[in-house]
Design a protein around this ligand. Structure first.
Ligand SMILES: [Zn+2]
Length: 334
């Protein structure tokens, strides 16, 4: 029987930041020019070095009970840790109660969501004709996701949210609000366990449970996947059976947890076609978003979903780090 990962492994995808900084996917200056014709950026596979794995630190979940749990985990700690088992049992029970509550409120066909739909009045955006940026928010939904929704709505911007199934089960109402506002929802797995630490059966269960939770809340199953830590490999990509969405612009938000740094880091690094990694789990990110939106719009970017910036719905098993750039535009090395 495989040993369960310690809490330290249950950290955010942003931890891959370290891998990106060390690996070939390093984010470079926006001035790095690439061929001008609109195209899908060449996929790359991230395989974090062992040094990066060792460097993965405790991810700052706001509260202990916010840490996602793997299903059927005997104990998040040692076998003798009854407190850990009790905490997990309580979390499981709360998740089940919330999920049941959510199901009773939300029809499975998503009618409640559609009734409240207020799509971006700007309409579809052609990112091969104008500079676009796709903001992505991971590890929610959580309460401050609503702050981000308000900010996006106030400027008619769209974004994408890569949700943990465990968080969807806890916050089905917020999940519906994200979908109803016209944003894209992708899967980030259920428990935030790195996909390469799961057996094929466990991976399938993580994906299925998460898809069921999102579909149960919104009426629509997710079609995109972002692996926790951004950790993937060709075998995982094939097993996912979905487009694998990474990023070319890392806000570093979970590390510094500073709204000003989030703003300046993203504003300095984005280029036409960028996919930006952010975390709605972080209150400092929610704080930064209004100014970030203003800055990106002032710089002439349309703020779109991942599907829009790719220009299509993505190919199953393919990894994407950025999307379309208009003809003649520079784009980041990604
Ligand atoms: Zn994450």
């Amino acid at each position: 029987m495989r040993r369960l990962p310690p809490f330290g492994r249950t950290v955010c995808a942003a931890v891959l930041t370290g891998a990106l900084l060390l690996g070939p996917a390093t984010v470079t200056s926006p001035s790095a020019a690439l061929p001008a014709a609109p195209q899908i950026w060449a996929p790359a596979v991230n395989e974090p070095a062992e040094a990066v794995r060792r460097a993965i630190a405790e991810y700052p979940w706001p509260q202990q009970e916010d840490r996602p749990q793997r299903r059927n985990a005997a104990s998040p700690r040692s076998d003798g840790d009854s407190a850990g088992r009790l905490a997990q049992n309580q979390a499981d029970q709360r998740t089940q109660e919330n999920a049941a509550e959510g199901r009773s409120r939300m029809p499975h066909d998503g009618r409640a969501g559609r009734d409240r739909m207020h799509l971006n009045p700007a309409g579809p955006v052609d990112c091969s004709a104008q500079p676009c940026v796709a903001l992505t928010f991971d590890d929610g939904p959580v309460q401050q996701t609503r702050q981000i929704l308000e900010a996006l709505d106030s400027v008619s911007a769209r974004a994408s949210f890569f949700m943990l199934g465990s968080m969807v089960a806890q916050n089905p109402d917020i999940t519906v609000e994200v979908a109803a506002a016209g944003h894209q929802i992708g899967s980030h797995g259920w428990s935030h366990t790195a996909f390469d630490e799961l057996t094929p059966a466990e991976l399938a269960e993580e994906l299925d449970r998460t898809a069921e939770a999102i579909q149960g809340a919104t009426g629509t199953a997710p079609t995109l996947v972002r692996p926790p830590f951004g950790t993937t490999n060709p075998q995982i990509n094939a097993a996912l059976g979905a487009p694998v969405i990474l990023w070319d612009t890392d806000s570093g938000d979970w590390r510094h947890q500073d709204a000003e740094q989030t703003l300046t880091t993203v504003a300095e690094r984005v280029a036409p076609g960028s996919i930006v990694l952010l975390h709605d789990l972080q209150p400092s990110t929610a704080e930064a978003v209004p100014q970030l939106l203003d800055r990106l719009l002032a710089d002439g970017y349309a703020l779109v979903t991942v599907a829009e910036i790719l220009g299509h719905s993505g190919q199953p098993g393919q990894v994407y780090q950025s999307g379309l750039a208009p003809r003649g535009e520079d784009r980041p090395q990604g």
